[in-house]
Design a protein around this ligand. Structure first.
Ligand SMILES: [Fe+2]
Length: 530
């Protein structure tokens, strides 16, 4: 279908270009607003990258029925941020341009707000107002914040189920969502799909990745959760390709082991589409301007919730070394540590040298009573073979044992207060203790770990989780058949983590229940079942 397209005239574009070149704010009257007969806000609104004085407000304009169809012209978009939902008391407003080269996405970086406050925001384009989103600022860095309540979630494969989890998450009264990877999946439609998507193919090009993101974001429950509070996001492999490592392809499925012929181009496409669809700062997208150079997206970051908590987000995909001792072509697999010395090779990195240095510094600077580390996957060692002998999954931290050891060494060296590791990826709930040395069960516990189940993605071996738990004594709880999310409530006197699970993720009307609840006291790295 051909979408109605707004075209500003050349004089309007020239004025905008001159104003932008002169470093001025965009003149509000520079472009008369187009008039549309359709709703361009079909992907909803979102906010993220919160700071004590602001955040990023996001939307992307699309025409109905076609996700990438607004034409080549930039479109002016007004935005408003208010103290109240009726927009009677406006705190900030402005205008920006949604340009075609970033898929008409909008990333507004609001500044100058009060710390520790909730706000409401909306966009207006073509005479149409967007849905209203709610967002908030962080407490001031030195404030004695009394509570941080966050949800952590990951792995939302479209065809494996509905996003009923997000419908329930809206009622959890959280300040933040930590999304820990696999926001989209790059595969063709799954067998036994609960809901199909229109394109059956593996996503490869920029247009493919844009469509796949837009399709996920068309889900009303996911949109509603994005509009409820700011999200802090990191990614895992499926935002690009299964089990990729840095600039090395993984596998897109049995049909194309070895990956697309030009993986660097594919990764660039995936990275750009990711930036376009997430509430990230413009500085987070480092765009390659010459051939042979790759885009980077800066996702690792430190957020301070007053003096109550530091929240660190990590990226273990973009800068990692190759997996070792696995499949001869795509490298990943279950590995016997007794026959794979390279697993513990100190020269290998999981975060990249730059992020490792940054993490060590961030842990040294951390001032919060709780030190929350959001990252992609299970942090603790997990032997997947019941009984004698061990089998470790080489694509996670277990495949990069020396790199993990450098993190636990930093936790000890800087006497990091109450570390809490949050993860995803495994489509199972695992709860346990961060160990100084995972090969020595009697080594000290340094903190606690909650690795969450998936929003919708199936688990292949979930039913065997309790069996595998027995071989991994630093974990205290494992359950792999239920989909959902976790909620952590941090206060000066303790952490309560509640594992929330759906009765059936293949149903839109799925109900939620509590699978288990755990408490941790400050100064005592022990998980106790409540
Ligand atoms: Fe996943």
């Amino acid at each position: 279908m051909r979408a109605p397209v707004f075209r500003p005239d050349r004089r309007q574009l020239l004025r905008l270009a001159l104003a932008a070149a002169a470093g001025q704010g965009l003149p509000l009257e520079a472009l008369s607003q187009p008039r549309w007969s359709f709703d361009p806000f079909g992907l909803g609104v979102a906010s993220g990258s919160p700071a004590p004085d602001g955040m990023v407000l996001w939307t992307r304009l699309v025409a109905p029925g076609a996700f990438d169809s607004l034409g080549a012209a930039p479109v002016p978009v007004r935005w408003e941020l208010a103290h109240d939902e009726a927009f009677a008391r406006i705190a900030r407003r402005g205008e920006t341009l949604a340009s075609a080269d970033l898929a008409h996405s909008v990333h507004v970086e609001v500044q100058g707000l009060e710390p520790d406050r909730w706000y409401f925001y909306r966009f207006i384009a073509g005479g149409v107002a967007s849905p209203v989103g709610r967002t908030r600022t962080l407490p001031a860095p030195d404030a004695a914040a009394g509570r941080l309540r966050l949800a952590y979630a990951s792995c939302q494969r479209w065809e494996h189920g509905y996003y009923a989890a997000y419908r329930h998450m809206r009622a959890e009264d959280v300040d933040l969502v930590l999304f820990l990877g696999d926001y989209i999946y790059e595969y063709p439609n799954a067998t036994a799909a609960v809901r199909n998507f229109p394109t059956l193919a593996t996503v490869i090009t920029l247009a493919d990745y844009r469509d796949r993101h837009a399709m996920h974001r068309s889900d009303p429950s996911l949109q509603a959760m994005h509009a409820t509070c700011p999200w802090i996001l990191t990614w895992d492999d499926h935002e690009v390709q299964n089990d990729y490592a840095g600039l090395l392809p993984g596998t897109g499925g049995p049909m194309d082991i070895g990956g697309a012929p030009d993986f660097a181009a594919r990764r660039n496409a995936a990275y750009q589409a990711y930036y376009e669809h997430m509430p990230l700062r413009a500085s987070a997208f480092v765009r390659a301007m010459s051939p042979g150079v790759s885009h980077e997206v800066r996702l690792y970051e430190q957020y301070r919730w007053g003096r109550l908590a530091d929240v660190l987000m990590l990226d273990s995909r973009q800068f990692r070394d190759a997996q070792v001792c696995g499949h001869p072509q795509h490298r990943s697999g279950l590995v016997d540590p007794a026959t794979c010395e390279a697993l513990m090779d100190p020269a290998r990195t999981y975060l990249g040298a730059g992020q490792e240095r940054w993490l060590d510094g961030a842990l040294a600077r951390g001032a919060g009573a709780w030190s929350v580390i959001g990252q992609q996957t299970l942090f603790g060692r997990r032997d997947n073979r019941p009984g004698p002998g061990a089998r470790l999954w080489n694509d996670g931290w277990d495949g990069y044992g020396a790199a993990r050891r450098r993190v636990t060494d930093s936790l000890q060296k800087h006497r990091v207060r109450n570390p809490v590791m949050l993860g995803g990826d495994v489509h199972e709930n695992w709860v346990g203790h961060i160990k100084a040395d995972y090969d020595r069960p009697d080594s000290p516990s340094l903190g606690t770990e909650f690795c969450g189940t998936s929003i919708s993605s199936r688990s292949a071996y979930g039913a065997t989780a309790p069996q595998r738990l027995a071989d991994n004594p630093h974990f205290v709880f494992a359950e792999g058949t239920r989909r959902g999310y976790g909620v952590c409530e941090f206060t000066p006197s303790g952490l309560t983590t509640t594992l929330r699970v759906l009765d059936d993720a293949t149903r839109q009307d799925a109900r939620i229940e509590t699978l288990a609840r755990f408490v941790v006291q400050p100064g005592r790295p022990v998980v106790e079942k409540a």
